[in-house]
Every structure is written in C-alpha cells, then in structure tokens.
Design a protein around this ligand. Structure first.
Ligand code: COA
Length: 153
C-alpha cells in the first residue's frame, strides 16, 4: 500500500504522544501547539500513522549548536514503525520535512544522531547530511550533529 506524508494537526498528536516520554511530550506540545515553532509530519497509510518526524525552528537546546548553527531549524524524533521500515518511508519523511523548511525560506537543516545508531547515521549521510559537530555528550552516549544544505536535490 502507498503512503503519503502530511502536515499533522493537533488531532494527530494523540497517537504520537502515547509513545513519548513525559519531557518529549511537553516539548512537543509546546513547540507545535502553543508556540507555533514547529510542525509534526506524519506518514500515513490509509488512516494509520506509520511514521513521523518533527521539524522545529525553535532554538536548539544545546548552546554549542546555537553558536555554530544559529537560526538553523532541526529535525527530531524521526521514526518509522518497525514493520514499515526499509521501504523508503524514512527518506520520504526527511525529504518532505526539507521541502517544507525550504518553503519557509530556510537554507539548511540539522539533525542529531546518536553515534551508536549506525543505521540512522548511514541513512542521513547517504541523503547528503554532513558532520558539523561530532561527539557531543548525550544521555545515551555521544551524538553527532549533521547538517544539509537545502539547495536543489
Ligand atoms: C531510522 C529510521 C527512521 C529509518 O526509517 P526507514 O523507513 O527504514 O528508512 P528508509 O526505508 O528510507 O531507509 C532505510 C534503508 O532502507 C533502504 N531502502 C529504502 N527503500 C527501500 C526499498 N524499497 N527496498 C529496500 N531497501 C530500501 C534505504 O536505502 C536505507 O538503507 P541503509 O540502511 O543502507 O541506509 C527507522 O529505522 C527508525 O524508525 N528507527 C528507530 C528510530 C530511530 O532510530 N530514529 C532516528 C533517530 S536519529
């Protein structure tokens, strides 16, 4: 079955919130609903959400990221449900997020990836993301900040 990627509205938040931990949930609601500083993109098959990603133009949490990449929007909480992986849905979510940000006038986008998440890191790098900050200390070990120019594909 084909999937499509849509900008989600508030009613789409509920299924995602159920999968998030408390802090992520608060941040998500704040950025997406209260502050209008981000969007949730959902990949849907029929009525079912099979994947999602958040784009945000709120300042990055880390001071070192804000210093090196001021005003650069970020993508986070990318996920595709296990049975639907390796069909291009993650790539589709990333490309849709990029074109959304390009449409808002942004020239670059950043994404953070844990160094132990080899699969995700390989995917991002294959899609044109390049190391900007390497080995930042995180709660799940070191992570890297990758950046992509939002020029023509
Ligand atoms: C990372 C993640 C979002 C990728 O989603 P996905 O839908 O599997 O991504 P894609 O299908 O676009 O690409 C994954 C791989 O499948 C390959 N692929 C894509 N379409 C394919 C197809 N039709 N047939 C075979 N392989 C395909 C891609 O080339 C890619 O290969 P790679 O692993 O060598 O890089 C997913 O694995 C996930 O949710 N992981 C858990 C959460 C997570 O780690 N998120 C990232 C946090 S930074």
């Amino acid at each position: 079955m084909r999937y499509d990627v849509r900008i989600a509205d508030e009613s789409d938040l509920r299924p995602l919130q159920d999968r998030l931990t408390g802090d992520d949930c608060v941040i998500l609601r704040h950025r997406l609903v209260d502050d209008d500083r981000g969007r949730l993109l959902r990949a849907a098959m029929g009525n079912d959400t099979v994947g999602s990603v958040i784009v945000s133009w709120a300042p990055a949490d880390e001071p070192e990221v804000r210093a090196v990449l001021p005003g650069v929007p970020l993508m986070y909480l990318l996920r595709v449900d296990q049975p639907y992986r390796c069909r291009g849905i993650g790539t589709g979510l990333i490309r849709r997020a990029e074109s959304y940000l390009r449409g808002r006038g942004h020239e670059r986008v950043l994404i953070g990836v844990d160094q132990c998440n080899v699969r995700a890191g390989r995917l991002y790098r294959s899609l044109g993301y390049r190391n900007m900050l390497v080995g930042l200390p995180g709660s799940d070990g070191s992570y890297d900040i990758l950046v992509r120019e939002l020029g023509a594909y």
